[in-house]
Design a protein around this ligand. Sequence first.
Ligand code: ATP
Ligand code: MG
Ligand code: MG
Ligand code: MG
Length: 442
Amino acid sequence: VPASSHRGHVRPAALVSRLYQPSNLRDVGQDSRLQAEMTCKSQRLMQQAGLIHPSSPGCYFYLPVTVRSMEKLVRLIDQEMQGIGGQKLDMPSLCSAELWKTSERWDLMGKELLRLKDRHGLDYCLGPTHEEAVTTLVAHQATLSYRQLPLLLYQITRKFRDEPKPKFGLLRGREFYMKDMYSFDVSEEAAHQTYESVCQAYHRLFTRLGLRCVQVQADTGNIGGKLSHEFQLPAEIGEDRLLVCGNCSFSANVETISSDTTHCPQCSTGTLVESKGIEVGHTFYLGKKYSSIFNATFSNAQNKSSIAEMGCFGLGVTRILAAAIEVLSTEEGIHWPGLIAPYQVCVVPPKKGSKVDEAALQAEQLVHTLGETLPHLRGEVVLDDRTQMTIGKRLKDASRLGYPYVIVVGQGALEETPRYEVICQQTGETVFLSKDGLLGLL
Ligand code: ATP
Ligand code: MG
Ligand code: MG
Ligand code: MG
C-alpha cells in the first residue's frame, strides 16, 4: 500500500523528498565572519547534511533532523538526572541585574554577559548560567526542611554567552543549550555524596552514548567553589589541554597546574602525558558561596535555620551533539551515537523506470512492516523516495547523514525468497538478509 494512501489513520512514513534538510555549505558565501567559523569536521558535516544553518556568528538554526537528535539526547539526560532524584524546572532567560550585582558577577563576567535594558531602563542579562536565579528561588521557600534535602533542580534551556571567538559550529556558540543542575544539601559530606552521584550519572550517560570521556580536575573559574571536575572528550580540535598520569589515576586540566611539570603531583613517579579535549560537562562543589549570599536556608533536625550546601553541574547539550559527530564521524559522513541518531533506518528503492517498480512498492511496504512489527522503529524509518536519482547517489547522501542502517530494496527483493541488501554503519559491513533476518537484525 503506498505510504501516501495511509494519511489520516496510519502515520505516513517519513519521505526523504519531504524532509527539510537544506544542504547549505555554499550559503556561508561572502560572509567572512561566518566563513572564519568553518573550520571543523562536525560543522562542515552538519551544514552539508542540512542539520544546521548559520544565522549570525555563534547562532544557528537547528533544523528538523538536528531537533530529532537533540530531543533524544534530552530524553537520555532526563533519564539520568531523574534517576538520581533530579527534578526538572525551567527558569527565565531574562535575568534581573540586581541578582548578579548581589553576587558581584555583574562585573566579574565582563563582556561575556549579554546585557540589555527594558523599557523602564532597568538592567538585565540573558542567563549564561543560573546559580543566582535558582538560589533566590530556593531562598524564597521559608519552610524548606532537612527532610526535603538533597534537593536537585535542573533545567535544559538556552544559555547566552558573548564568546570572544564563537567557532566550530555548535561546539562554541553564543546561544546554546545547556543542562544545568543545582543541588542543595544539609552538610558538606552530603554535598560531596551528591557530587559523586552526579559524576556517576555523567559517566553512565557517556557510556550509553558510546563516547569515551575523561574526568579531569578543573579550575572553578568565576563560578567559585572548591572542588571541580570537567568531563572531556579526547579530540584533536579540543581547546582544553589535559594532563593524564601514566602511572596513577591523576588527570587534570593544565589550567589547574601551576608549574608545568611533567611529573605527576599525585604519585610523583609517573609521567604526565598531554592530550587535547572538548569540555562537554563541568561539575562544581560550591559550598555556601551562593546560599550564604542569598540566604538559602533550611530547618535542620534541631529545628534551627541552617545554610544549605550547594553544587552545580553543567552539560553542554548542543556541544555534546557536535562533539559526538566530531569524534565518531569520518570526513565523508556522520556517525551518530546509536541512541541519538535522528532516524535509525533508511530504505532505498530502485531508480524509477529501472523495470523494478514492483520493488519500489515492496520498499514502501517494508517501511510499514518495520514500524508495525518493531515498536522501537516506529517513526524511525525513512523512505528515500527520490527515485529519479540513482541508488548510488542516494546511498552517498545516506552515508553523509549517517543512518545506522540503510536497506536497499533491489532485484533481490523480487526473488522467490526476497533478499535485502543491508548496510550497517557501525560495522561497515554490507549483508544480504531475508525479511526474517532483517527483523532479527534491527
Ligand atoms: P569553555 O571552557 O569551553 O568556554 P566553560 O568552562 O566556559 O566552557 P561552563 O561554564 O563550565 O563552560 O558551562 C558548562 C558546560 O556548558 C560546558 O562544560 C560546555 O559543555 C557547555 N558550554 C559552555 N560554553 C559553551 C558554548 N559557548 N557553546 C556550547 N556549549 C558551551
Ligand atoms: Mg567559557
Ligand atoms: Mg572551560
Ligand atoms: Mg567549564
